[in-house]
Ligand binder design. Structure first.
Ligand code: FES
Length: 107
């Protein structure tokens, strides 16, 4: 899938996360200090939505079993999670958050 316009930047206030369907895929969009990041919305430990999680700096904590991930890299930060989270490239264009499911963050 090519780039997809997901939402206006104003839909995701600073320090928050929201879930969006991109194609058929649930994606979590985070706003960290005005920079936007996207990851799979489902925790890799279970099928819990990370948009229901707690954002603390660059970390999102899953509220189901309190595993945690780095939002920018997808790296596991706390057990019981052991599988990293997929990240996606985000571009902001004309105040719209654009996610590319074919590219990882940083690509
Ligand atoms: Fe997220 Fe278990 S489902 S930590």
């Amino acid at each position: 899938m090519a780039e997809t316009v997901v939402c206006p930047t104003s839909d995701v206030p600073e320090g928050s996360v929201k879930r969006f369907e991109v194609g058929n895929q649930p994606v979590a969009v985070f706003n960290l200090g005005g920079s936007f990041y996207a990851t799979d919305d489902e925790c890799t430990h279970g099928s819990f939505s990370l948009a229901e999680g707690i954002v603390d700096g660059e970390i999102v904590e899953c509220t189901m079993h309190f595993g945690a991930f780095n939002i920018k890299t997808g790296a596991v930060e706390a057990p019981p999670c052991s599988i990293p989270l997929r990240t996606y490239k985000v571009t902001v264009r004309d105040d719209q958050v654009v996610v590319d499911l074919d590219k990882e963050a940083g690509e």
